[in-house]
Design a protein around this ligand. Sequence first.
Ligand code: GLY
Length: 422
Amino acid sequence: MRILVIGSGGREHALIKGLAADPLTTELHAAPGSPAFAELATNHPEYSQVDDPARMVELAEKIGAELVVVGPEVPLVAGVGDALRAAGVKVFGPNKAAAQIEGSKQFAKDVMAAAGVATARAEQITPGASGEDIDAALANFGPNYVVKDDGLAGGKGVVVTQDLTEARAHVDAVLAAGNPVLLESFLEGPEVSLFCLVDGETVVPLLPAQDHKRAFDNDEGPNTGGMGAYTPLPWLPEDGVKRIVDEVCVPVAKEMVRRGTPYSGLLYAGLAWGAQGPSVVEFNCRFGDPETQAVLSLLESPLAQALDATASGTLDQLPELQWKDGYAVIVVLAAEGYPASPVKGAVISGDAITDPEKVLHAGTAQNDAGEFVAAGGRVLSVLGHGADLDAARAGAYAVLDGIDMEGGFYRTDIGAKGHDQL
Ligand code: GLY
């Protein structure tokens, strides 16, 4: 099967690595891709406008793609899935209407309310609201203020703070950009990222993971797209995944069908595991980054077969997914200045950087000398495996010890609290 993967980051590198290992895959392409993918896929850097449905259809038709796997949310929310399906190309990823589960926080809240899914209490503030109205709305929340841009914001939309002035400043900034704001109550409990393949009402969970969103150790510093992750979760109750599927993902999948916008693709449930069990923090309409790099590294079943079954509407016939034993840890090496203003161009060195079993490239380019250089905020996703979480952590940090990048930084505590979160 000839497969086109849309995207260029660490998540897409992990998808490409997984797809390349499946004998069902005969040819792999990436748009725009990344120099680091070149061993496994043909890059199409001239197709960098991944949110342009017509361009993506043009490329899919040009290469005769039999399946398109859409990595990031932006093309899905822009309707790339709809355009490809209209052109008769199979797609892994929801149509625009269903991608609203990530594209609009208020839409997700409405779906959850209709489906009876536990989530944070929320209040929307729309552009044009008076200062008094904003203050009155904020007074209904705290001491932890959760302030969200209602739309897509590339990982920069959410501020969680105890500082009312900072909360108000984020409300003002989002409204000034013309977007509604969602204020939410703070959900207590450790975070879980559960990715599910969804095809209508059929829901197949992958391994649960935990992301680390703050930039620095001990969950300090600004929110980021994610600085590291581990999987599975030793602290999650034995029935944890089943409860999330039964209480969250299946009701949401059914509600999407009921609305006439059935979901097809990857549903990412971001949850807090509280005293009563799972509550939804957010949904995403695609694989998470960096959790995917860890989760897919433990998948034993063929990835192309699983994504193709989802895209073909035959997920209910997919054999049960098989997983490797043990744990996986991903640690992100970020560029100096990330997340506010990452510095580009630092040369990256180390033997492991060309070994996708150890390192997946999230934001790199090649200079004229052929060296890999930092080209994004999150630069590398460094992988460790082990029979237990400590061994997996040690593996990832040992790989990082052999990598140099001027100004680069990473968290040293990814997975460190993984044993005793409850
Ligand atoms: N790791 C968070 C995300 O993918 O949105």
